[in-house]
Write a protein that binds this ligand. Sequence first.
Ligand SMILES: [Zn+2]
Length: 67
Amino acid sequence: MICPRCRSTEAGTVAHSPVAGHWTMNSCSVCWYAWRSTEPATATDPDAYPVEFRLTAEDITTAPRLV
Ligand SMILES: [Zn+2]
């Protein structure tokens, strides 16, 4: 599974709907973006995810950190 925000292939399903088959919850272990399968394409599809909110590997490694 590809993360919509950073396009890592480290994303995967972390939970399923209580009633089977309705939705899945997915999460990316690189940028920690999380999304439900039933959200709009702009939140779930890497190609439709808004360009201004996308992250690159460099964005993640150079992000400011609070101390
Ligand atoms: Zn990600």
